[in-house]
Design a protein around this ligand. Sequence first.
Ligand SMILES: Cc1cc2nc3c(=O)[nH]c(=O)nc-3n(C[C@H](O)[C@H](O)[C@H](O)COP(=O)(O)OP(=O)(O)OC[C@H]3O[C@@H](n4cnc5c(N)ncnc54)[C@H](O)[C@@H]3O)c2cc1C
Length: 477
Amino acid sequence: MAPEAQGANTGNNSSSRILVIGAGAAGLVATLELVREGLDVVVYEQLKETGGVWIYTAETESDPLGVDPQRNRVHSSMYQNLRTNLPREIMGYLDFPFMAKQGRDERRFPGHEEVNLYLKDFAEHYNLLSLIEFDVEVEYVGVKGGVAAASTTENRNLKWIVRSRKVGQVDQVREEIFDGVVICNGHYAEPKVVPIPGIEGWPGLHMHSHNYRVPDPFQDKVVVIVGNANSGGDISNEVASVAKQVHICARNWPADKLSVSEGGPRKNVWHHPLVERAYENGTVKFQDGKSAIADAIIQCTGYLYAFPFLDAQELISVEDGRVSPLYKHVFIPSLAPSLSFVGLPSKVVPFPLFQAQVKWIAKVLTGKVLLPSVSVMTAEVEKLYQDLEAKGVPRYRTLTIGLDAFEYVDWLLEQCGETPAESWRKEIYLMTSVNRRVNPDYRDSWEDQELLEIANASLHELSEKLCIGLSRCSGKS
Ligand SMILES: Cc1cc2nc3c(=O)[nH]c(=O)nc-3n(C[C@H](O)[C@H](O)[C@H](O)COP(=O)(O)OP(=O)(O)OC[C@H]3O[C@@H](n4cnc5c(N)ncnc54)[C@H](O)[C@@H]3O)c2cc1C
């Protein structure tokens, strides 16, 4: 059960009107859990459908690097051939299994379309669509009475001014007051770009993975890929199958893999440290002294957190990959519990983590679970930052919680009086991480079959209860 809170913030009562921003994986499960707790919920989604980042589109932004503030915006970062980097049995929400369905993409690591369909199944199963207003962009969220109203006084009941408008209708701004706002706007739409000296005069195509869709434009080209995490790995694989040469720049190559070609079927792929400089004659020089005359540079360098609608600069800082101060990565102490952020941690298993966070948020909003006092929460956040600094963890990795996410999810569930997540989730995650490192074909060959069977048995039982994908069932839970 949840520990006794001291000097707690009060939550709202069940007549509270709560806005969820975004109908991606985080916003959908937030809506479900808030409704389960009896809250009055509305969701504003700027796109025309649910799914967020999983809605693939061939459309790209007018600025391929994705930094021009005047560019047309495209939310999704999916590329055409993207398959999940997590196996489906651990990827799905905690209590809505992501099982293979006959006639659809049944692979263990399915393509993006299957994830989008799963999210649509979820929204339909729980009848969430009627709560979502599509084509509505939230432009402004601010504390009623100004941030001064959000003093450190306990037990206050903040209200939120929200301005939104129908996409394309510039003049018709709607202003409303909400008792709470749950921010689920995603963090894979605002490219993070590593500066490259000399790039202004370099004549090639400079772009970010956010605007990569297919390898075809790189046929017979020399391509520099900056970054070797998930997107960098996948995109370099695809591009290498058609390009003349691919040069992957990363900080973390082992010494024996630096400045050499991979050999074998990927003998056109070279490893380097970061780019030192780009030149007007097309040369890209790497920090190992090697260089290539390149046609394109694709930055696979990740994304920035951004809350352009949030008017609370005095109380929240989004700097160098750290959103602060955030108690348990969810609440700004002085604005808790009426403002919350879902899904900020990275290098995690996102959907179950979202669900655990929003279960907790919903319980806190209804006052069933109490938060510690503002000063206790603030002290805990400060201690976290000090501990990270003492361990030498750079600021930008504050939200990269990795394996700690499993303990974190269990902590959140415990606050809600629920049992911890099944142990096979972490075990499969660990096995997948190892397999991904050593086996380029990790999506189609694995050695954790026994665990997979345990997971499938457990998920199948749950599916039967929910009547998902079983033709003999008719009702819904
Ligand atoms: C290339 C790529 C591959 C990935 N692969 C995996 C994977 O294999 N497995 C996995 O589990 N995760 C993967 N992820 C992580 C993925 O982002 C999460 O799984 C999850 O889908 C994120 O959900 P979200 O709801 O937080 O954000 P999003 O899906 O981005 O949804 C946010 C929603 O908010 C809306 N929105 C934003 N601002 C506003 C506004 N002002 N007003 C109204 N609406 C707004 C957006 O339109 C969007 O629909 C991947 C991410 C990327 C980019």
